[in-house]
Design a protein around this ligand. Structure first.
Ligand code: NAD
Length: 333
């Protein structure tokens, strides 16, 4: 399914040099829109945008924590997609304060600038919103179940909740057209392995024929979304009149335990790696908490837009394995 743009527009994509942001930028440029990327390259890379040689793409190295810059760029664009954030369990656990402040203040600057210039905003939130709620498919009204504030992981969930509350509040009180998407584990090419994302990490270990490190006992269950499916959902929601003021889960349909995932990665990579389990305390430090199951209910998005994930878990794994092999080719030459 390709989503065509009826009238070419200019989008400000914060975090557009990151994993999801660069794929969204590809898609917007492909359909004829223009994109201004604002990114401080803290976890993103200009390489992610290197495939484009067009005046319709402008890259600005800067921070969403700079309100004057955010204001200026917002005024030059027709709509904003806010993806810039401190992301990844490892980063959040290692740098909880700066991550929290980046996410809360960055969102506040972006939404406030959008209000001043009356621009629609699509804001990326997360399945971490649901915290430890493991009670079956999670819909947008499911409860948030969080641990103690002293557990660093929940600061990310809380920061994203504050971002959502800002988006809802600015919509209700100022009429600002805001839409929130809750992305579940999104995977695919260009995702950094450095911040605790499980598939990039396990695939690199399998391709290098090193032991795969499964955290916890591996019985925790997750669904993964191919980034191309996630981007399609964002495009469908952008400017959908009935999406304004709403919140939508975006997630894959195929559930797997992390242990089965590791076995599958070893098999699909043609590897002979063994699978080790590492306690959460050893992986992330004492007191880390995880949830047993996180399964999205995407009925709301499907009923509004017809969206369904098109790529299987094997598609996701094969794409990641191919990318990791291609990265390693120069090293082997
Ligand atoms: P990413 O780290 O690749 O992208 C984040 C981008 O934001 C990076 O390019 C980074 O350099 C940039 N950034 C960070 N701080 C910034 C700042 N102060 N100013 C400007 N740019 C800054 O991660 P991603 O997976 O592409 O995440 C994009 C968005 O999607 C985030 O908001 C994240 O919370 C959300 N999300 C991602 C997932 C996932 O599974 N990947 C799941 C849920 C939600």
């Amino acid at each position: 399914m390709t989503v065509a743009s009826s009238t070419a527009m200019t989008y400000l994509v914060t975090g557009g040099a990151g994993f999801i942001g660069s794929h969204l930028t590809d898609a917007l440029l492909a359909r004829g829109d223009s994109v201004v990327v604002l990114d401080d390259l803290s976890t993103g890379s200009e390489d992610n945008l290197a495939g484009h040689d067009t005046p319709r793409l402008r890259f600005v190295r800067g921070s969403v924590l700079d309100p004057a810059l955010v204001d200026e760029l917002t005024g030059r664009c027709d709509a904003v997609v806010h993806l810039a954030a401190a992301v990844g369990v490892k980063l959040i656990v290692e740098r909880p304060l700066s991550s929290f402040l980046t996410n809360v203040r960055g969102a506040e600057h972006v939404i406030e600038a959008a209000r001043r210039h009356d621009r629609p905003v699509l804001l990326a939130s997360t399945s971490e919103i649901y915290g430890k709620n493991s009670g079956g498919p999670l819909n947008e009204s499911s409860d948030r179940v969080l641990g103690a504030t002293s557990v660093a992981r929940w600061s990310y969930s809380t920061a994203k909740a504050v971002e959502e509350i800002l988006a809802f509040g600015y919509h209700r009180e100022y009429g600002l057209p805001t839409t929130v998407v809750r992305l579940f584990n999104t995977v695919g090419p260009r995702q950094s392995p450095a911040y605790g994302m499980v598939i990039p990490r396990l695939v690199r270990q399998a391709v290098a024929r090193e032991p795969l490190s499964v955290y916890g006992d591996g019985s925790q269950r997750r669904c993964f979304t191919h980034v191309a499916d996630a981007v399609e959902a964002l495009l469908l929601l952008l400017h959908h009149p009935a999406a304004v003021g709403g919140v939508f889960n975006v997630g894959g349909a195929e559930e797997t335990s992390i242990r089965d995932l590791a076995t599958r990665i070893v098999r699909r990579a043609g590897s002979d790696s063994r699978i080790d389990t590492i306690s959460f305390d050893d992986a992330y430090g004492p007191g880390f908490e995880d949830m047993e199951r996180r399964l999205p209910d995407t009925t709301k998005l499907r009923e509004l837009t017809g969206w369904r994930p098109q790529r299987s878990l094997d598609d996701i794994l094969d794409a990641t394995i191919s990318e990791v092999r291609a990265e390693q080719l120069p090293a082997l030459a």
